[in-house]
Design a protein around this ligand. Structure first.
Ligand code: SER
Length: 342
């Protein structure tokens, strides 16, 4: 029997890559859930596509009644800039939505007395460094340091990491009967992600992908953070690889519920230089938006991902050079050449 995997937010940036890579692996029945009709590529790879809202309890109940899930990848979320603009909506989607998925999963696990994995992408937004001097002296942050998020998104993510741990280890701990079912919660804290095939919406690390896509589209770009701004980034294929690697890791080897994963951390200026090398006519200027800048300034310059490396062998395929040379530039050039009909 192929395993059955539920992916929420399947039409989002990570969802696209995950659906494609999962479909290429061992036979898998992918059930995709998204607010919007996923594009043709995603649809062609899925067993079933459901257009709907993770707030819709009847819809989730119906899904759980129809499918026996082996793994849930809960990717649906409102990113940090959008969450700042609509904090209550962010809480509804990012927190209540996650709670609904955790409930659906644990109920199915307990009813069927089996284990279901719950894979949850968290973010560097859970960190909050108080000022630039501290950010630079802190260097690579470890998972348990500086968890003082300043954004609604970061607060939502940090809380949901803890909810996940609760659902795995302490759910209904006062019940007289101990259920044989179990939710196996595993989470990653992603840096800013850069995809060549999709552009993000509503994030605060979006300046890097926006800069790249604007250059390939031959549009001018005004970067909303200072050139010296530094946070960690990752190429999308590595983000998908990290999710799949963590999912397939042997449970006994995992010493944490939540892992940092990193790849490279250029400053916005270094990123712009590399974009200009690939697209010499790119027009990139810096026009910092002080409010979005202060959010990025509260995020670390880099993450310490030694626990992920040690416990489940995390190792990105793409450093900064390889990400540009072997993934971003070729794929993004192809994409806009095709769009222009060159
Ligand atoms: N990319 C996210 C955002 O900008 C942070 O993880 O919101």
């Amino acid at each position: 029997m192929p395993r059955t995997v539920l992916i929420t937010g399947a039409n989002g940036e990570i969802g696209h890559g995950l659906v494609t890579m999962l479909a290429d692996l061992a036979p898998t029945r992918i059930v995709a859930l998204d607010l919007h009709q996923p594009d043709a590529l995603v649809q062609s790879r899925c067993h079933r596509v459901v257009v709907g809202d993770i707030s819709d309890l009847a819809l989730l109940e119906n899904l759980a009644a129809t499918y026996d899930f082996d793994v849930v990848y809960h990717l649906a979320a409102l990113l940090s800039t959008k969450s700042e603009r609509q904090p209550r909506l962010a809480n509804r989607v990012n927190v209540d939505g996650t709670l609904n998925l955790l409930e659906m999963t644990i109920n199915q696990a307990r009813e069927q007395e089996r284990e279901i994995k719950f894979i949850y992408p968290s973010s560097i937004a859970v960190y909050g460094l108080p000022d630039l001097a501290t950010k630079h002296s802190a260097g690579k942050v470890r998972e348990d340091d500086w968890c003082e998020p300043r954004t609604m998104y970061g607060i939502n993510k940090l809380y949901c990491e803890r909810l996940g741990r609760y659902y795995e280890q302490f759910y209904r701990q006062l019940d007289a009967r101990v259920s044989g079912g179990r939710l196996d919660f595993r989470s990653l804290r992603f840096p800013g992600l850069i995809s060549a095939v999709t552009t993000p919406t509503g994030g605060t690390s979006d300046f890097a992908p926006e800069m790249l896509h604007a250059a390939a589209r031959r549009s001018p770009y005004a970067c909303f953070v200072r050139a010296d701004t530094r946070i960690p980034f990752m190429a999308m294929p590595d983000a998908v690889k990290a999710l799949l690697d963590l999912e397939s890791a042997t449970g006994e080897r995992l010493t944490r519920k939540v892992y940092n994963v990193g790849s490279f951390n250029p400053s916005a200026g270094e990123f712009a230089d590399r974009v200009k090398e690939a697209f010499p006519h790119a027009s990139i200027s810096f026009a910092p938006d002080l409010k979005r800048q202060s959010i990025v300034d509260s995020w670390p310059v880099d993450v310490d991902d030694s626990a992920a490396r040690q416990d489940w062998g995390w190792s990105p395929n793409f450093d900064f050079t390889r990400a540009f040379d072997e993934y971003l530039v070729p794929a993004v050039s192809r994409r806009y050449r095709a769009a222009r009909g060159d």
